[in-house]
Design a binder for this molecule. Structure first.
Ligand SMILES: Cc1cc2nc3c(=O)[nH]c(=O)nc-3n(C[C@H](O)[C@H](O)[C@H](O)COP(=O)(O)O)c2cc1C
Length: 189
């Protein structure tokens, strides 16, 4: 079972989100970590069907490409989630994954409690717009959902201004991604 699992909600295989995720994984792999990458744009990933199976079971009734993820997350030490901003939100691919993660929490004694808490997580967001603060609410609320799973956010990387015709991924951000991967792995020592 992989110890670190990455999920990318970008449809662009070699886009900025995936480049940063790959760099995080590379950092983790230098520490001897087994990693796995899920492209949430892959065919065969279905949205949540609202069947409420996960209200009474630790898992999901939808039999598709994401089915192995539930056991893998249970076994994993760390998670990476990356998404571009599309129309002031995370992408549809990312949102489908979030909804499919409803099984990460159960309702007990009048409140939601995590079923698989304690994972370390790095989040990655990319946006075309030049103002880095523009989607703070989106980032905070998406990170907030992950915190609600009982996961500890080690780092959030934001790549902004990608719509600029002269944009290139800043080497400092790539370095931060690599370092985040190393510390994702190291923080278990
Ligand atoms: C349909 C669509 C909607 C977008 N909406 C926004 C937006 O609301 N704000 C923004 O800053 N960038 C927006 N963008 C730009 C992307 O966030 C940006 O190109 C990002 O770097 C893409 O990430 P990627 O390289 O990983 O694919 C949008 C792009 C697309 C295709």
């Amino acid at each position: 079972m992989p110890k670190i699992i990455a999920f990318s909600g970008s449809p662009r295989k070699n886009g900025y989100t995936n480049t940063l995720i790959r760099e995080i994984l590379r950092g983790a792999e230098t520490q001897g970590y087994d990693t796995k990458f899920y492209d949430l744009n892959a065919e065969g990933i279905r949205p949540c069907q609202g069947c409420n199976y996960c209200r009474t079971h630790d898992g999901c009734s939808v039999q598709d490409t994401l089915q192995p993820v539930y056991e893998e997350i249970h076994q994993a030490e760390a998670i990476i989630l990356g998404s571009p901003i599309y129309f002031h939100e995370v992408t549809a691919q990312t949102k489908i994954w979030i909804d499919r993660m409803f099984s990460m929490i159960e309702f007990k004694d009048g409140k939601f409690v995590p079923r698989h808490s304690g994972k370390r997580i790095v989040t990655v967001y990319t946006q075309g717009y030049h103002d880095s603060a523009e989607y703070k609410n989106v980032i905070d609320s998406t990170n907030g959902i992950l915190k609600g799973f009982g996961w500890n956010i080690i780092e959030t990387l934001l790549c902004y201004n990608t719509s600029s015709p002269t944009f290139v991924l800043p080497p400092k951000l790539l370095k931060r991604a690599f370092d985040a991967g190393q510390s994702l792995a190291k923080s278990s020592e």
